[in-house]
Design a protein around this ligand. Structure first.
Ligand SMILES: *Cc1c(COP(=O)(O)O)cnc(C)c1O
Length: 412
């Protein structure tokens, strides 16, 4: 008899996006006359095509693969040196952050890395996760058996939830108790909040004092517009001794369909054995990657490298400005409609307070019925998301302008 991993049975069925899909489908069937008027403002996926620098680099890499002299088979599992060097140089060393090329591990996505990192961490850790947040952090801990069952609100036992509320400007604060692993996501999905230097320093101090590790997801780093907001946790002194950083080319270069990301594991980062001996995590992650992963395709890594050329950087700026322009248009319209809007300045997401008396799903239904717009109910990201909804700026300009107009027409 074969046994299954019962931790998977504890997972709440993937509810949020299927339920959004079900409600939209049912609305369209009942209202065929307006079905093609529906605009999606809920998606966490880019809409604009790849930058020309990327297309050129990919074409060239494909040609190399077609010639005997330049063909490449398996590459280094942790990434080609040309890309690790471009990342370490451009994202870190040019900003006076001391990260070596071999502290960069190239992968096919941050989502996988955020989940896979649990492979090298012990299962006795007490883990703190913000609420609301990207659901991957909680679900991968459930799968790994780090939690008990979920209660009726969807909260799992053995996880310390860090509330992100209006009162703390959606930036979580260290808990009173001692935790070993802390997930932080800044700029944040779904709230759009970005932590400043002081707020991050509080966490780094906490982690150094308690010998905890921060898992820092900076997938939206490129959207930071305000000076004084760190682009990397490693801008905070001491962070190379207590943090792992996840970065992705999905939201800056538009690589959600191409697939390339990287994780920074500093060599100074140590964790304890159960006997109390501190050891480096770097060789464990190296071993994990070389054993369970065979690297990102050469073509994709050349594409990622091109984002660091002069043309590539300009083209990424254009993409970001496009989405942040949409965010500005939507933010202004929803604010003018009398709603309280957070985020959308250093992030592509707006986090909107539903008017008094509306739950997240009630707001969803009203916006769909009256404006034919699809948003994402905040309650789907955690219990503290109840009463909010997320509006995404991933859209064409035309759709963003039209959606903005319709938000103003809703009678709350
Ligand atoms: C989109 C996103 C990522 C990127 O994931 P990839 O697997 O690299 O596409 C990571 N973290 C968060 C919070 C995201 O929203």
């Amino acid at each position: 008899m074969a046994y299954l991993n019962e931790n998977y049975l504890k997972l709440k069925a993937g509810y949020l996006f299927p339920e959004v899909g079900r409600r939209v489908k049912s609305f369209c069937e009942k209202n065929p006359a307006v079905a093609n008027r529906v605009i999606k403002c809920g998606i966490g996926d880019v809409t604009e095509p790849l930058p020309p620098a990327v297309i050129n680099a990919m074409h060239q890499a494909v040609d190399e693969m077609g010639e005997r002299e330049t063909f490449r088979g398996y590459g280094p599992e942790q990434g080609y040196e040309f890309l690790r060097n471009a990342i370490a140089q451009n994202d870190y060393r040019s900003k006076r952050i001391d990260i070596a090329d071999d502290e960069i591990f190239v992968s096919d996505g941050s989502k996988c890395d955020c989940g896979n990192i649990l492979d090298i961490l012990g299962d006795k850790n007490k883990t703190a996760i913000p609420d609301p947040v990207y659901p991957v952090y909680v679900d991968t801990n459930v799968m790994a058996g780090h939690t008990g069952e979920a209660d009726e609100s969807g909260a799992y036992s053995c996880i310390v939830y860090l509330p992100c509320t209006v009162e703390n400007a959606f930036i979580p604060e260290p808990p009173d108790e001692k935790v070993d692993i802390i997930y932080l996501c800044s700029p944040n999905n779904p709230t759009g909040a970005a932590a400043n230097k002081t707020q991050l320093s509080v966490w780094v101090d906490y982690a150094l004092k308690n010998k905890s590790i921060i898992l820092y997801d900076a997938a939206y780093e490129a959207y930071i517009t305000k000076p004084g907001i760190p682009h990397s946790i490693f801008e905070i002194p001491g962070a190379t001794e207590c943090a792992i950083e996840f970065r992705s080319f999905s939201k800056n270069g538009g690589f959600t369909g191409v697939r390339c990301a990287f994780t920074v594991v500093p060599k100074k980062l140590l964790a304890s054995t159960t006997k109390g001996e501190f050891k480096q995590l770097h060789p464990l992650w190296f071993r994990r990657m070389t054993t369970k992963f065979n690297g990102v395709s050469y073509i994709t890594q050349r594409a990622a490298e091109s984002l660091y050329t002069e043309d590539g950087k300009k083209q990424v700026r254009c993409l970001i400005e496009h989405y942040l322009g949409n965010a500005r248009i939507l933010r202004e319209a929803i604010t003018n409609a009398g709603l309280k809007v957070y985020g959308g300045v250093n992030a592509p997401y707006l986090w909107v307070k539903a008017p008094e008396g509306y739950t997240s799903w009630q707001a969803f239904d009203k916006i769909l019925q009256e404006a034919n717009l699809v948003i994402t109910p905040g309650s789907g990201f955690g219990s503290k998301g109840e009463g909010f909804f997320r509006v995404s700026s991933y859209n064409s300009r035309e759709n963003a302008v039209e959606a903005a107009k319709r938000f103003k027409q809703i009678k709350w």
